[in-house]
Design a protein around this ligand. Sequence first.
Ligand SMILES: NC(=O)c1ccc[n+]([C@@H]2O[C@H](COP(=O)([O-])OP(=O)(O)OC[C@H]3O[C@@H](n4cnc5c(N)ncnc54)[C@H](OP(=O)(O)O)[C@@H]3O)[C@@H](O)[C@H]2O)c1
Length: 163
Amino acid sequence: MVLSLIVVVDENNGIGINGTQPAYIRDDLKRFKELTVGNTIVMGRKTFQALPKGALPNRRNVVLTRQQHFIADKCEIIHSPDELYNLCAPEEKVFVIGGGDIYRLFLSKANYIYLTLIHYRFEEIDTWFPKISEELWRIEIREGPFTDVKSGFSYSYINYIRR
Ligand SMILES: NC(=O)c1ccc[n+]([C@@H]2O[C@H](COP(=O)([O-])OP(=O)(O)OC[C@H]3O[C@@H](n4cnc5c(N)ncnc54)[C@H](OP(=O)(O)O)[C@@H]3O)[C@@H](O)[C@H]2O)c1
């Protein structure tokens, strides 16, 4: 499989506050959809349970949990990161969509990182993305900064590829 991490971070690598994301940017959500539709998404049980309408449509949804009897509508459940490799075909595009635990589990295995950087430092962050090592990753494309009209936040897209 081709494994990518897709994430929104702030200037401190912050990704979560009290079970939710620090900010939602309209064009970024559109981009998330364009990248992931038709492909596979993998998420932690907590991120799954925070989705307002459950499994995301038109994607293969995979949820990672340690709970042996956990079930979720329109989702496949796995209990260890390694199970993903048995589940997915060699050419399958798989996007790890969070949260913090799950990014940490898959960073060393990923081929790409699609990072949206919000140029802001949020207070109250309680979940972080792991540090991206410059020795292991190089920036393939950097776009922006753009401004989100609704929130006023400035943000950039940074695509990393493993060296
Ligand atoms: N900014 C972004 O792009 C972004 C994206 C997604 C999420 N987030 C934010 O991230 C936060 C949630 O992150 P989180 O780290 O608290 O939770 P999470 O990664 O979404 O889920 C954690 C859960 O995954 C399961 N898990 C973790 N490691 C496992 C392993 N080795 N084997 C099997 N199952 C495992 C456990 O589920 P069980 O407890 O059921 O065993 C654990 O409680 C929220 O604030 C959310 O809004 C941000």
